[in-house]
Ligand binder design. Structure first.
Ligand SMILES: Cc1cc2nc3c(=O)[nH]c(=O)nc-3n(C[C@H](O)[C@H](O)[C@H](O)COP(=O)(O)O)c2cc1C
Length: 166
């Protein structure tokens, strides 16, 4: 069995719900990536401020991780989409050297606007790491049962042992 760590950021709980479900089903360790200063805004203002932070490539300082990514074969990273980009906390994580020379599966939760998101993820994950694949989860809030089945299949696929050819 491969050793898998799930690292995620979640502002409103959708990404966390998916990350927790996966960790239980594939028996992976899990940890939330926590910025030292969390976005405080609510309502419409959260979109304005959060969107601005994402567009301006803000890299918030993060609290240290409890788990060491170097101890794992594969890292699954989960992020909500902010202004068609990955959330600043995950951007910060990927722009640091915390995850290096790893196999990475990336999933994101969003509400419908993900133009250019995949290209941005590829740019952030590679070439420091090998990006296995990207899995989008649309409208987790309304479609949880369907989304969780799909993502579990994806996670099992990317973390399964390859059979030796010898
Ligand atoms: C600041 C901000 C910006 C967002 N921008 C987008 C966007 O560009 N496209 C989109 O589809 N959803 C966008 N959303 C919706 C979130 O991606 C979606 O609700 C996600 O599931 C939230 O994950 P969370 O509950 O783990 O925080 C945005 C949400 C926030 C708070």
């Amino acid at each position: 069995m491969k050793k898998v760590l799930i690292l995620y950021y979640s502002f409103e709980g959708n990404t966390e719900k998916i990350a927790s479900y996966l960790s239980e089903k594939i028996e992976a360790d899990i940890e939330k990536v926590r910025p030292i200063k969390e976005l405080k805004a609510k309502g419409f203002l959260k979109y304005v401020l959060g969107g601005f932070l994402a567009i301006s490539k803000n890299k918030p300082k993060l609290n240290p991780l409890k788990f060491n990514p170097n101890d794992y074969d594969t890292i699954i990273i989960g992020s909500p989409i902010w202004a068609s980009r990955i959330a600043p906390a995950i951007f910060s994580l990927l722009k640091s050297d915390i995850i290096k020379d790893k196999k990475v599966g990336f999933f994101y939760t969003y509400l419908g606007g993900n133009k250019e998101t995949d290209n941005l993820i590829i740019d952030c994950v590679e070439p420091k790491n090998k990006l296995l694949s990207i899995h989008p989860c649309l409208s987790v809030n309304e479609d949880y049962e369907n989304q969780k089945e799909k993502i579990l299949k994806w996670a099992k696929e990317i973390t399964k042992e390859k059979k030796s050819t010898k």
